[in-house]
Write a protein that binds this ligand. Structure first.
Ligand SMILES: Nc1nc2c(ncn2[C@@H]2O[C@H](COP(=O)(O)OP(=O)(O)OP(=O)(O)O)[C@@H](O)[C@H]2O)c(=O)[nH]1
Ligand SMILES: [Zn+2]
Length: 367
């Protein structure tokens, strides 16, 4: 029997997201054929800012409210969403966000290692930029390792960025990561007379960053969507400003919030200056670490790529924890093959496995 239009309307209103996925089946949403697809750049108190017709003359920012049928599905920066209603972007207009498009990646975290509640951080990012300072604040392998695990689990490439190399030589610390297949950028300030990039940090203090590392970073970010995380004070906003400052200064749509400083706790996507279309960086205030309650233990090991070949020598079912009597990782250390770096890497790995909870708590407590 053919449905009449009224039935369709009714069916659409009652449509519930498919349990198997966040996206309703195609036949449940014929009413949204005219929807426009936009990229979410920030979320603030139930209002979603999306960029529409990106990189065209019609490019505009649209503010949207979520439709009820999205239920509690989180919408995050980086998401592509379907918008209906008033999508003009004119002042005081509000579009309706009716659908989240399929995501290529989803970066999630739990608040801590035992909390199974998932928090979605960002969607569709290609790269996770982990920012730590060489000193002030002290760099911590725990933070980096957790971030690498979270990235690995989400299918996102990690990139390590060490700042403040002018304060302390980061190479001894970087020993832990130099042998891995992970890109590393070392940033520093330069003196007043040298060529550098003036980048005012959020606290108003100005750091003149050496140009070469910033340019190297810009190249790593080209044509990708990256998300940047780091503790307070590491120089994250100084770097982000160096990469996106011109866009803000020229009043381009990247100055989306209309605020001098991005004070909300929500992540914010910014377009990178002097980079190809589609190069975005998502700044994440407030994300200081990643609980790993949602991560498969197998993926914790996989994120320690240097330990995988050794762990492959273990008997089937070995958990690789310190209590395992015959873990090949212990033999590797005992034989001297691991070296000091190997010992540190095994300790880092086992900390994340939850072996040494007291140390882990101390470490988390001090960040
Ligand atoms: N010596 C030195 N100082 C730097 C460098 N990068 C940033 N700073 C300074 O470090 C301080 C903190 O930088 P921010 O960019 O505000 O740090 P943040 O990580 O964004 O910190 P929050 O805003 O608290 O999240 C500022 O005074 C910067 O000028 C660097 O490479 N070397
Ligand atoms: Zn083992």
């Amino acid at each position: 029997m053919a449905r009449n239009t009224e039935d369709w309307e009714d069916f659409t209103v009652r449509a519930r997201p498919n349990k198997k996925g966040t996206r309703p089946r195609t036949k449940d949403r014929p009413a949204y054929e005219d929807a426009l697809i936009g990229r979410i750049i920030t979320v603030d108190r139930g209002r979603y800012r999306a960029i529409l017709d990106e990189d065209s003359a019609q490019e505009r920012i649209v503010i949207a409210a979520r439709a009820r049928e999205l239920r509690r599905n989180p919408v995050v920066p980086g998401d592509f969403v379907a918008l209906v209603g008033d999508t003009s972007g004119d002042p005081d207009t509000l579009a309706r966000l009716v659908r989240i498009e399929n995501r290529s990646t989803l970066l999630r975290r739990s608040a801590d290692d035992t909390d199974p509640v998932e928090r979605v951080v960002v969607a569709n990012v290609d790269q996770l930029v982990i920012v730590v300072a060489a000193a002030n604040p002290e760099p911590r392998t725990g933070f980096i390792d957790r971030a690498i695990v979270a990235a690995f689990d989400a299918g996102i490439s990690p990139l390590l960025c060490i700042t403040k190399a002018d304060v302390r030589d980061p190479e001894p610390f970087l020993e832990n990561y130099r042998h891995l297949d992970i890109d590393i950028v070392v940033s520093r300030t330069t003196d007043e007379t040298a060529t550098g990039i003036d980048a005012r940090s959020a606290d108003g203090l100005s750091a003149r960053l050496a140009g070469t590392p910033v340019e190297a970073l810009r190249e790593h970010l080209a044509s990708k969507v990256s998300v940047v995380i780091g503790h307070s004070g590491v120089g994250k906003s100084t770097l982000v400003n160096a990469l996106t400052g011109a866009q803000r200064a020229t009043g381009n749509v990247n100055a989306v919030t209309g605020r001098g400083r991005h004070t909300s706790s929500s992540a914010l996507a910014l377009r990178i200056d002097d980079a190809p279309a589609g190069s975005w960086i998502i700044d994440t205030p407030g994300i200081r670490s990643f609980g790993l309650a949602l991560v498969d233990p197998e993926n914790i090991l996989n994120a320690f790529a240097d330990l995988v070949p050794v762990a492959n020598r273990c008997a089937r079912g070995c958990t690789h924890k310190a209590a395992e009597p015959k873990c090949a990782l212990d033999a590797w250390v005992a034989s001297g093959e691991a070296g000091t770096v190997g010992i540190a890497r095994l300790e880092s790995y086992r900390r994340l496995l939850g072996q040494d909870e007291e140390t882990e708590t101390k470490e988390l407590g001090s960040i």
